[in-house]
Write a protein that binds this ligand. Structure first.
Ligand code: CA
Length: 226
């Protein structure tokens, strides 16, 4: 499997190349958009990791061009923190997934493997469980057809729980994914956010979907049918 990384920050680029290389991938690294696009056009890549902020030709231009030219490999783009517009824009332009910097390498590797497994199938734009629905592009959440207003953090938290539904997510993972923070000590912020999210998406409805797994974290799943 051949992966192209387009990243202008030398340190990040080298780190990703080394990590993905050690994970068994053949990796090329381009330091700007022009080189990146040239490599996509000439090489045969199974996946592209694309930084958005690039000198010259930025990630959006690279993405738009490569899709227009019919290259259909999955594209995982890397965006700056808390840029909701970036995520929507990237997915609209034909990217398959995104990661917010800074991210854990293990998370990138998991996303890369998922994308490669999925092949050319597009990422779903709507996630759901039971009668709960989250529309990624429209940033809209409904339950039993009722529109629910969420803050940006609540939305991100629910998106994460839905993407990984059925999995118990440790608080530390939620912290790093939703808050871009690496902390284990102050889990209160997560507990508060989960409580608020529950008040909106679970309390007025049945069945309850978000469950606390004591000492471990949270899981979102439909109640078992008996
Ligand atoms: Ca950059």
């Amino acid at each position: 499997m051949k992966i192209l990384i387009v990243e202008d920050e030398a340190k990040t680029g080298d780190y990703l190349r080394k990590g993905l290389g050690e994970a068994g991938f053949v990796v090329d690294l381009a330091h700007d958009g022009v080189d990146g696009l040239h490599l996509v056009q000439t090489g045969d890549y199974d996946l592209v990791v694309l930084d958005v902020m690039l000198p010259g030709l930025d990630g959006w231009a690279v993405l738009r061009t490569l899709r227009r030219e019919g290259h259909e490999m999955p594209v995982l783009f890397l965006t700056a923190r808390d840029q909701v517009e970036d995520r929507v824009r990237g997915l609209e332009l034909g990217a398959d997934d995104y990661l917010v910097k800074p991210f854990a390498f293990s998370e990138l590797l998991a996303r890369v493997r998922t994308l490669l497994r999925r092949g050319k199938t597009k990422e779903p734009e709507v996630f759901g469980v039971a009668d709960l629905e989250l529309d990624l592009l429209r940033r809209r959440v409904t339950r039993a057809g009722v529109r629910i207003d969420l803050t940006a953090k609540e939305f991100a938290l629910l998106e994460l729980l839905l993407r990984r539904q059925g999995e118990v997510l440790p608080r530390s993972l939620i912290a790093s994914q939703v808050w871009d923070m690496n902390f284990d000590s102050d889990t209160n912020v997560i507990e508060v956010a989960v409580r608020r999210l529950r008040a909106k998406v679970d309390d007025p409805f049945e069945p309850k979907l978000i469950r606390t797994v004591r000492g471990m974290g949270y899981v979102l799943e439909a109640a078992e049918t008996r």
